[in-house]
Design a protein around this ligand. Structure first.
Ligand SMILES: [Fe+2]
Length: 490
């Protein structure tokens, strides 16, 4: 039976198709509409999925709309109460206008399932931290499989709207002059350039232990300390977020449910804060798409009820043909920068080698050259992608993350002078480690690059036209080539 999971209606809409435990397809709506963080699914993404894998038998949705409406009523979001129903939205773009019935699952449980049912664990403590869904904004679960292999979820604690760590960080993103629900990752990058003010924690938190805030940050906090620079706001917001995560982890670890942590929700994308997780848990799993888009997979997983076969994040649209290792190598050796759009697109916000702009990480001028192509702020760091078996030789990895296949933690380079392009102002790097079993050709490219140069890593940043989502298909790659004069190989 084919089950289609859908997340939509707020931001970062997506779909996931599973069949008997196999994940057949998973993608972001924005990659098809070319609207960043698009909140609605579209006919193009359905078409790409259905042409390859057939029309689904069942639809699972990642939220309970009526429960959400009670929260929207409480929050005064009256306009949202009259939104078109998800059934009507689906019917409008469904190929035969006659979709199967929709079954509904809770927002946080969908996050939890997207994590637990793709994880290698038989039981786990699940922590979900996000901005806003129905009512829950942070929740702790015990997840396990029963004797029949059915996934079971026991909710042990939750905090509810308006007390929300995600909303706090988004309010600070706006206070620092950035776009909330979009540029939180830039705020995280800015945090390295100023000293934090520890008072921010007490200014906002009533009780850190219970994640209770003194004010409703859904309405923003634009007036907060006008004298603080945007960089000081960023540093202090990052400090406060990390303190709150510490408070939550203390609570989680006191429950002593399992040595395995599954961590999900949009806040799990904050790789700087994730540095703390290893102090509490031996084993950590963060599905590479822990935000709302990834919950399309969670809803489908809940409908299926059993463990999913996780083979990696390359689940989206397919650019056919072998990974162009030889040509990429030759461009890197001569021009030092090249794009690649090959194989299936990544499911998640990070380019992990199939839709990437790659560069030689050595030498002083590379960072500026890549920044110029991407036309982005000079202060922002780039990530290294490295052969997994050599990661420890080049980076001091944080406890709990012996490997980092999905760029989910930060590490410290042991030889920063030689690799300035991938070192942030605070000396950290957001490392992607690539194992021998990785299904992307990025592994073979790194092996070839290492053989030629003795350097086991490349700079890896997402291949996207400024203001647009990541490149999806060959037509996007062609536009990138024309606009920026950088080859994109398939
Ligand atoms: Fe969420």
């Amino acid at each position: 039976m084919n089950i289609l999971g859908i997340s939509a209606g707020f931001h970062d809409a997506g779909i996931s198709l599973i069949c008997d435990g196999e994940i057949l397809f998973a993608a972001h709506a924005e990659r098809y509409s070319k609207r960043k963080h698009d909140s609605e699914i579209n006919a193009e993404i359905l078409n790409d999925c259905f042409v390859q894998f057939g029309i689904p038998d069942r639809i699972a949705y990642y939220e309970r709309p009526w429960l959400k409406k009670t929260r929207q009523l409480y929050a005064g979001q009256y306009k949202d109460l009259f939104d078109t129903s998800i059934e009507d939205k689906i019917r409008k773009i469904w190929p035969n206008k006659n979709p199967p019935d929709v079954e509904y699952h809770g927002h946080h449980q969908s996050h939890a399932a997207a994590g637990f049912q793709t994880s290698p664990y038989s039981d786990a403590t699940v922590l979900v931290v996000d901005a806003i869904g129905e009512w829950d904004t942070a929740s702790i679960w015990h997840a396990y499989y029963d004797d029949l292999g059915q996934a079971k979820y026991q909710k042990l604690w939750s905090q509810k709207y308006p007390h929300s760590l995600g909303l706090f960080y988004s309010a600070m993103t706006k206070r620092a002059g950035l776009k909330p629900l979009d540029e939180e990752y830039i705020l995280m990058g800015m945090a390295a350039y100023a000293k934090y003010d520890a008072n921010m924690y007490g200014d906002f938190l009533d009780s850190g232990r219970d994640l209770r805030f003194k004010q409703n940050l859904h309405v923003g906090c634009d007036e907060y300390h006008p004298g603080m620079t945007d960089f000081e706001i960023a540093a202090s917001a990052q400090y406060t977020l990390e303190q709150c995560l510490h408070d939550l982890l203390e609570r989680v670890s006191r429950l002593s449910l399992s040595d395995n942590l599954v961590y999900m929700g949009g806040v799990a994308l904050n790789c700087k804060a994730n540095e703390r997780l290893g102090a509490y848990f031996q084993n950590i799993w963060i599905m590479p798409n822990p935000g709302d888009c990834g919950s399309s997979l969670g809803a489908a997983a809940l409908s299926y009820g059993r463990r999913l076969n996780w083979n990696g994040p390359y689940l989206g649209t397919d650019i056919l043909g072998p990974y162009p290792v030889k040509d990429l190598l030759s461009e890197l050796l001569t021009k030092k920068i090249v794009g690649v759009a090959s194989g299936r697109a990544e499911f998640g916000p990070r380019a992990l080698g199939n839709r990437s702009l790659l560069a030689d990480p050595r030498g002083p001028d590379i960072k500026d050259r890549v920044n110029e192509i991407k036309r982005r702020q000079q202060f922002r760091p780039f990530a290294p992608v490295i052969l997994e078996e050599l990661a420890d030789e080049y980076f001091s990895m944080p406890i709990g993350f012996q490997t980092s296949p999905y760029m989910q933690c930060i590490a410290y380079c042991r030889d920063p002078k030689n690799y300035p392009a991938i070192i942030h102002a605070d000396g950290t790097s957001r490392v992607q480690t690539v194992s021998k079993n990785c299904s992307s050709g990025i592994r073979q490219l790194l092996e070839a690059w290492y053989e030629w140069t003795g350097c086991p890593m490349l700079l890896n940043t997402s291949l996207n036209i400024r203001g647009e989502p990541m490149v999806n298909d060959r037509a996007d790659a062609d536009r990138f080539e024309q606009l920026y004069g950088v080859k994109v190989l398939s």
